[in-house]
Ligand binder design. Sequence first.
Ligand code: SAM
Length: 278
Amino acid sequence: MKTAEDRLAAAGCASPRLDVRLLAEEALGWSRTALLLDGDRPVPAEAQAALAALVDRRAAREPVSRILGRREFWSLEFRLAPDTLDPRPDTETLVEAALRHLPDGQRPRRLLDLGTGSGCILLALLSELPGAWGLGVDIAPGAAQTAAANAKALGFASRSAFLVGSWTDALGAGGRFDAMVSNPPYIPAADIAGLEPEVRTFDPMRALDGGADGLDPYRHLATVARGLLLPGGLLAVEHGAGQGADVAALFAAAGLEVLERVDDLAGHDRVVAARRRS
Ligand SMILES: C[S@@+](CC[C@H](N)C(=O)[O-])C[C@H]1O[C@@H](n2cnc3c(N)ncnc32)[C@H](O)[C@@H]1O
């Protein structure tokens, strides 16, 4: 185990000990407790080879969640695919903000998640809102398929639907949603080459590239939000660190009322919540 840890440290991995432990749990089929209590027990040759193969992938900077094919978000398990972003803990800030600002009311709430990826935001919201129904849209077919499979596995198939399309192109006009949420691609195109290999090599480019200044998707969302939201309806988005003032200004210029700007746990501005005026 120590050799594998050293190898990952030399490859530039930020948490080699944890990574090896997670990969070992997967390859050996041992529980975390068994690994901690009895980590010196002999490992069968077959399992050693399986672990070595996983360590090779991590040494090439593939994230552990991609190697395992799953990621926990909002205490729910999401399967990943090459077309899906690996959900980030920071995105839970968006889920919390949306729950804080959702319009009150007894009727089922209709939610729209643009750029749904694994479906993590929409399905986390559905897990907290028993009366709600949600539509997820993604331009990547593999993302929409994976989100639908996650919805089924998590028991939300009857309260959700997923479409392949560019933003709102596949939706008709008319204010039909109580809330729109989105974590769109927001990295300025020129910054992508400087990202960590885990991100630039393994997250899909369509999930990262937000155009020249990273704000292109917010310009689009600002344009369509009032037409898709019911009066009083919520628009809540994640954005990159330092983009909050620009995103809020775009929403205000589109006639929306900005309700809140929220920082993530690391203190970076991360979320803007706005609403269509009643
Ligand atoms: C940053 S990822 C977020 C994924 C997921 N919502 C999450 O938070 O983990 C952005 C998503 O937007 C999708 N996307 C990019 N351009 C799009 C477009 N024009 N229309 C719809 N979805 C788009 C990408 O395929 C990707 O799944």
